[in-house]
Design a protein around this ligand. Structure first.
Ligand code: PLP
Length: 445
């Protein structure tokens, strides 16, 4: 399918009708930035119910890693569905779950024997990680970072600090959840410059938090995104993760890396943390792991995941069809798509750097592989956040046939399927260039 190819004004009549029905019956808590109503998809192209085709740089929030309905993934799903749909891997055994645990034993970015727990989503994978860390260390505290997103169930939500609305109205969070500044080099929380940085933002943890608020021997774990996702696609310097590793090891805390958004090949490596030369004790994965079927994975060092039967489980976790989709997904990532993410991501980044030179509103372009953030500012010196402009750029991209999402207060995120071609990347960047021009009033070339 070629895209963009727009046939009706947006939204078209069928899209309008469905949105109207949705408005009466679907939870009002969802955030829809623009009226895209999906009918079908193939690779990095999606078609709406009115036959309009869009280039997809959102991938269902960084989920469709192998593209929409990759034939190999669909074949694996059909094959498994014809055998059985469910048997609960917590009470019985089946091959796809065992095989996937073997695969995670190979791909999880730390040495030694590993074990995996299977859930249905990112938040559940993180709940399992929090519970396991508390159980294993017999400590209760967990440190996370400002701007982070770890999910919306009560445990994960207590570590999430992306937007206040996500926490507002839900009462006190989990006791023992603490937050520290994340290493954002474009807006260094302690006023340093990247060239002279020794991850001084972590001084707050060592000199303040662990001195004034909680004793280190009561902290079970630090949970961190290797690259902050919902917070704005923020890439920290390697020192940040390295110092965190050192700090957690020194105090006997577990280092949990949330790879829900940055994992599964998106950054050009299987897991984002592999860019920083650090081995965590545990990782969580979801989103791209099964190309769109719901699956969450928590993988830990075997000696960490040795809780006895009955401590934690999930009826649907590790569903056999989702596991089969994940096995096909990992195979595709390893044989070609991870490399494609690295190559097309580097190409796209170069094109976007050129766009940055044309538009003063583009303050920063950053990322790894096909996890790219474009931060918009009203003034490059003051770095005043251009939130309204960002929202308008997202909308203008949609009107031109490109799906993108916002991230953080003022960044546009690009998280396309990892099958994106260079030609499609060029088309996407051309649309972003034109949308920026439209929104800021500059002539778009
Ligand atoms: N962790 C990270 C880094 C995420 O980006 C997300 C979702 O955006 C989650 C956890 C939660 O995943 P889910 O929505 O599948 O519960």
């Amino acid at each position: 399918m070629n895209a963009p190819d727009l046939k009706t004004p947006l939204p078209g009549p069928k899209a309008k009708a469905l949105i109207e029905r949705d408005a009466h019956v679907v939870s009002t808590s969802y955030t829809r930035d623009y009226p895209f109503v999906m009918a079908r998809g193939e690779g990095a192209v999606v078609e709406d119910v009115d036959g309009n085709r869009f280039l997809d740089c959102a991938a269902g929030i960084a989920v469709n890693s192998t593209g929409h309905s990759h034939p190999q993934v669909v074949a694996a799903i059909i094959d498994q569905a014809q055998k059985f749909l469910h048997m609960s891997g917590t009470d019985f055994y089946y091959e796809p779950q065992v095989r996937l645990a073997e695969i995670f034993n190979e791909i999880a970015p730390f040495d030694g024997q590993k074990r995996s727990f299977f859930a249905n989503s990112g938040t559940e994978a993180n709940e399992a990680a929090i519970k396991l860390a508390r159980y294993t260390t017999k400590r209760y505290g967990v440190i996370a970072f400002l701007g982070s997103f770890h999910g919306r169930t009560m445990g994960s939500l207590s570590l999430t600090s992306s937007r206040a609305i996500q926490r507002k109205g839900f009462g006190p969070p989990l006791a023992g959840a603490y937050h520290a500044p994340y290493a954002n080099c474009y807006r260094c929380p302690v006023g340093k410059r990247p060239d002279g940085c020794a991850a001084e933002c972590l001084d707050f943890v060592e000199d303040q938090l662990l001195v004034h608020l909680v004793s280190p021997d009561e902290v079970a774990a630090v949970m961190v995104e290797s690259i902050q996702g919902e917070g704005g696609y923020v890439v920290p310097p390697a020192q940040f993760h390295q110092r965190l590793r050192d700090l957690t090891t020194r105090h006997g805390m577990l280092l949990i890396c949330d790879e829900v958004q940055s994992g599964m090949g998106r950054t050009g490596k299987m897991f984002g943390i592999e860019h920083f030369g650090v081995q965590p004790d545990m990782i969580t994965a979801a989103k791209g792991v099964a190309s769109g079927l719901p699956l969450g994975v928590t993988t830990a060092r075997a000696e960490v995941m040795s809780w006895p039967p009955g401590t934690h489980a999930s009826t649907f976790g590790g569903n056999p069809v989702a596991c089969a989709a994940a096995l096909a997904t990992v195979d595709l990532l390893r044989t070609s798509l991870m490399q494609n993410a690295a190559d097309v991501g580097a190409y796209m980044m170069d094109l976007l750097k050129a766009v940055q030179e044309k538009h003063a509103v583009v303050g920063d372009v950053r990322g790894r592989g096909l996890m790219i953030g474009i931060e918009l500012v009203r003034d490059r010196t003051t770095k005043e956040r251009a939130t309204t402009e960002r929202n308008r750029v997202v909308e203008a991209c949609f009107k031109r046939g490109l799906l993108v999402l916002g991230a953080g207060r003022n960044a546009v995120r690009l998280s396309p399927p990892l099958v994106l071609t260079k030609e499609q990347a060029k088309t996407a960047v051309g649309i972003i260039d034109a949308a920026l021009g439209e929104v800021t009033g500059a002539a778009a070339r």
